[in-house]
Design a protein around this ligand. Structure first.
Ligand SMILES: *Cc1c(COP(=O)(O)O)cnc(C)c1O
Length: 455
């Protein structure tokens, strides 16, 4: 038990707040980190302790926690027009401008944008759009959604059903009709003696089999993160998207890229799909879209999806969907500024320049015999802990190895995230060399300490 006084921030947090996605034994033992403010990539708690947040919040605070321009853009828009909806033929000028900008930076020569408050809602909205189109096209049976195991798409009933994680069974999810294919993680799921190219070919064959088994005319779409994020930073196996996209095309199944993490620079390009050299039929965006300074998600439809949606709307002259805060003027103003900051203030260049340095530093740390794999790209990386590197045997689950590493890092003033038996690093794009070195040193010290304790 922690020894926080009853009126402490820690005790008050536990008394009245529910914790999402939190290891509660750790909270009970260590107390809650209650944060008052941020400085660059650091957060500061109520005790004045500073932590380098190597996860940039939840992948989203890409410009750090005290970007003046972003705060000023929000303030200026609050002063001008602090809130509105996008229903009944009205929307703010900022909403109009952001949609133009999103299509301009998208891979599409033309397209349309729909706004939500989160990534989950954007995926949810895309699924409803597909169902709506298919019913209008007289294919009401085309409802099934394909995703992959370890894919993360959110927490609403639909997006949690898309997410390929066993924890959703506590809700009785996934809903029927949400099908999960093999995770394209060669190191973990490749068979003995199988090359990476053979692994990719096996996953493509699986897709063909699932389509044949279910019937192509029952499938509404295939959703994929270019690099899986919350599944543990899993870049696709070599040639993965080049292998699956032609199969989807052949069967007229749209490929939707969930770019909630990858979008706006994380992989070193504006889009993760650009990094992996494919053009999806639609893009789901959130997180870095506003650099984390406002809750917002967007569905960005390419030309074909735009036309199909429009054709479905035409007979009823309305798309009966939307959130009270869809296209919120402050969110749109912040997003316009965030896009400008990433593209024109050099943040994207910082990722490109910093990525090799990040990889080199982590490779050094990954030499530890209890690290089985280092994987990632750009500014998203994971180190996978193993008890035995040769056999890839994980540590016993009850050792909570990644929680221990993350907790030890926290003691050292570094925030990183445990995922399975991996540790995730996805810092702000603004990280300086010295801050990156601090991250390496603290992570290395924490890993050595935990592995020595477990030896
Ligand atoms: C975070 C995330 C979501 C969900 O976004 P929320 O804003 O948390 O609802 C969806 N997809 C991916 C890839 C994500 O990383």
């Amino acid at each position: 038990m922690n020894d926080h006084a009853p009126n402490s921030w820690e005790a008050r947090a536990e008394a009245h707040s529910l914790y999402g996605f939190t290891d509660l034994p750790s909270v009970r033992e260590r107390g809650t980190v209650v944060i008052t403010h941020g400085e660059g990539p650091y957060i500061v708690d109520t005790n004045g302790k500073r932590y380098l947040d190597a996860n940039s919040g939840l992948w989203n605070m890409v410009a750090g926690f005290d970007h003046k321009g972003l705060a000023e853009a929000a303030k200026a828009q609050y002063d001008r027009f602090p809130g509105y909806h996008a229903f009944f033929g009205r929307m703010s000028d900022q909403t109009v401008a952001l949609s133009e900008k999103l299509i301009e930076v998208s891979p599409y020569p033309r397209g349309k944008v729909f706004y939500t408050n989160s990534g989950s809602e954007a995926n949810d909205t895309m699924v409803k759009m597909l169902w709506f189109m298919n019913r209008a096209e007289d294919r009401p049976q085309a409802t099934k959604i394909l995703t992959r195991w370890n894919g993360y798409h959110g927490v609403t009933a639909i997006s949690a059903s898309m997410t390929g994680k066993p924890y959703n069974s506590v809700f009785g999810l996934p809903l029927p009709g949400f099908l999960h294919l093999t995770c394209p993680h060669y190191w973990r799921f490749g068979h003995e003696g199988e090359t990476e190219a053979q692994f990719t070919a096996r996953l493509a064959a699986e897709l063909e089999e699932v389509i044949a088994r279910e019937g192509a005319d029952t499938i509404a779409g295939f959703f994929a993160e270019p690099v899986m994020g919350a599944g543990g930073v899993i870049p696709p196996s070599a040639g993965y998207f080049q292998a699956i996209q032609p199969i989807l095309r052949k069967h007229n199944i749209p490929l939707i890229a969930d770019e909630v993490i990858c979008g706006f620079g994380r992989t070193g390009n504006v889009w993760g799909s650009q990094t992996y050299d494919f053009v999806p039929d639609a893009i789901i965006s959130s997180k870095a879209l506003t650099a984390g300074y406002f809750p917002m998600g967007a569905v960005i439809l390419g030309p074909e999806m735009t036309d199909r949606l429009q054709a479905a709307i035409d007979p009823i002259e309305e798309f009966p969907h939307g959130f009270t805060a869809s296209g919120h003027p402050v969110g749109c103003a912040v997003a316009l500024k965030a896009i400008d900051v990433v593209l024109n203030e050099g943040l994207l260049d910082m990722v490109r320049a910093g990525a090799p340095r990040m990889e080199t530093g982590l490779r050094e740390i990954a030499k530890h015999p209890n690290i089985g794999e280092l994987r990632g790209i750009g500014y998203m990386w994971a180190l996978e802990a193993v008890q035995d590197r040769a056999t890839k045997t994980p540590f016993a689950g009850n050792l909570s190895v990644s929680e221990r590493i993350a907790n030890t890092c926290t003691d050292h003033g570094l925030i990183c995230r445990p995922l399975g038996q991996g540790i995730v690093l996805c810092p702000a794009f603004t990280l300086t060399d010295a801050q990156m070195d601090e991250m390496f040193a603290k992570l290395d010290a924490a890993l050595k300490q935990v592995f020595a304790d477990l030896a």
